[in-house]
Design a protein around this ligand. Structure first.
Ligand code: SAH
Length: 352
């Protein structure tokens, strides 16, 4: 069920209210059965009608995601700041960067993504932005400041939504940037509480990998985009299958399964699968790229910070999900090195 918010009232709710609009367990019950692009293999078998068991596994997944980010976001922010995504580096850069160097690489990721999608600073058309899977709002605040746009972020984690709103308020109050038109709430990307066609920019930075139904995810992104609006999906993918290949190799699937378990990810898809989905919806200017080489220094850097004294103490304080997450990081490096994991960007424009 969609809330009927008029565009002008898009982010007019006070932050303390929007952050507690719905608890994850409440809105998870409203998940409706749907077809799913679960994996390339599943897609090739045609649409999969979700059974009651599948629906409840979506609920369990989403509760897991909410709990994971409730527990780990504070630790991430303490060590890495408010951007919970890979940095963008020059390929083959062997320089050991400082903390601020990595932060710059994360900002560069946002800038490169906007550039790739053809959204430039001159583009005054970006008035309203939705940040789908917003974390603690790093992208939202950055993009809102850059374009002077209003921005609303959605996440499954109530802890993240509250922190994101607090950070926006603090930055607004300190007059660094006028962020009073930025807000965050708990909501599901697969059933967004927005009217059709209201966002000039639909932004999804590293949340697509959490979506159990890629077709529904993409449909929702397209639905809320304004005519002429841009959609940017930056996400973890598996490699494209070669012609005649039906599925990943068993060892590749096994590697991904181990990562999925810790990071609360359903089955992955490839960038080609996203392109196919966008083409099937008649989107324009569809582009994709493999940025795996540009993100290579990221996970080694995260592991290095986890192994510092501060990192280890924070990790132990934070809890089991964080510890398991840290132990899984080397698998991400292995996945990239072996070419199973790809860091993909997929962008397009909704026809006018
Ligand atoms: N884009 C942010 C955070 C990435 S972490 C950043 O770059 O900093 C992944 C985010 O996706 C988390 O905030 C998580 O809550 C969100 N997410 C995962 N599945 C979601 C869903 N179904 N609906 C809304 N948000 C979701």
């Amino acid at each position: 069920m969609k809330a009927t918010l008029a565009p002008s009232s898009l982010i007019s709710l006070p932050r303390h209210k929007v952050s507690s609009l719905r608890s994850p367990s409440l809105f998870l019950q409203s998940q409706r059965p749907s077809s799913a692009l679960m994996t390339t293999t599943a897609a090739s078998r045609g649409s999969v009608a979700m059974t009651a068991a599948a629906t409840s596994s979506v609920e369990a997944l989403q509760e897991g995601i909410a709990e994971f980010y409730n527990e780990t976001s504070g630790l991430w922010e303490e060590i890495w700041g408010d951007h919970m995504h890979h940095g963008f580096y020059d390929p083959d850069s062997s320089v050991q960067l400082s903390d601020s160097g990595h932060r710059e690489a994360q900002i560069r990721m946002i800038e490169e993504s906007l550039r790739f999608a053809g959204v430039t600073e001159e583009e005054k058309k970006i008035k309203r932005v939705v940040d789908v899977g917003c974390g603690i709002g790093g992208s939202s605040r950055y993009i809102a400041s850059k374009f002077g746009a209003e921005c609303i972020g959605i996440t499954l984690s109530p802890v993240q939504a509250k922190r994101a709103n607090d950070l926006a308020t603090a930055q607004s109050l300190s007059h660094k940037t006028p962020l009073d038109r930025v807000s965050f709430q708990v909501a599901d990307a697969l059933e967004q509480p927005f009217e059709d066609g209201i966002f000039d920019l639909v932004w999804s930075m590293e949340s697509g990998e959490h979506m159990p139904d890629k077709a529904k995810f993409v449909k929702e992104l397209v639905r809320v985009a304004a005519p002429g609006g841009r959609i940017i999906i930056v996400t973890w993918c598996h490699r494209n299958l070669s012609q005649g290949e039906e599925a990943l190799q068993p060892w590749e699937q096994n590697l991904l399964d181990r990562i999925c378990k810790t990071f609360y990810l359903p089955a992955w898809c490839s960038t080609s699968d996203y392109v196919d989905l966008l083409q099937s919806l008649s989107l324009q200017d569809i582009k994709c790229a493999d940025w795996s080489e540009n993100v290579a220094p990221f996970w080694p850097a995260v592991i290095r910070t986890a192994l510092t004294w501060k990192g280890l103490v924070s990790l132990l304080r934070s809890g089991m999900k964080s510890i398991k997450g840290a132990l899984t990081m080397p698998l991400m490096i292995e996945g990239y090195k072996k070419g199973v994991i790809k860091f993909g960007i997929i962008t397009c424009q909704k026809p006018l």
